[in-house]
Design a protein around this ligand. Structure first.
Ligand SMILES: [Zn+2]
Length: 52
């Protein structure tokens, strides 16, 4: 379940934050199905863009 917090939308499984709920949901669906992060999705996370 995607969690809304003060940073953004959080994937409950890998705990990355996204600005768009759609991205957070996509991340979570992928994590659940593959038990690993999808780098293409994780790259859109707020954590990843901070480092960019
Ligand atoms: Zn995730």
């Amino acid at each position: 379940m995607v969690i809304r917090d003060k940073i953004g939308y959080k994937c409950e499984i890998c705990l990355l934050h996204y600005r768009d709920e759609v991205d957070a949901k996509a991340c979570e669906d992928w994590d659940r199905a593959h038990e690993a992060c999808n780098l293409e999705i994780a790259r859109r996370s707020l954590e990843a863009s901070k480092e960019a």
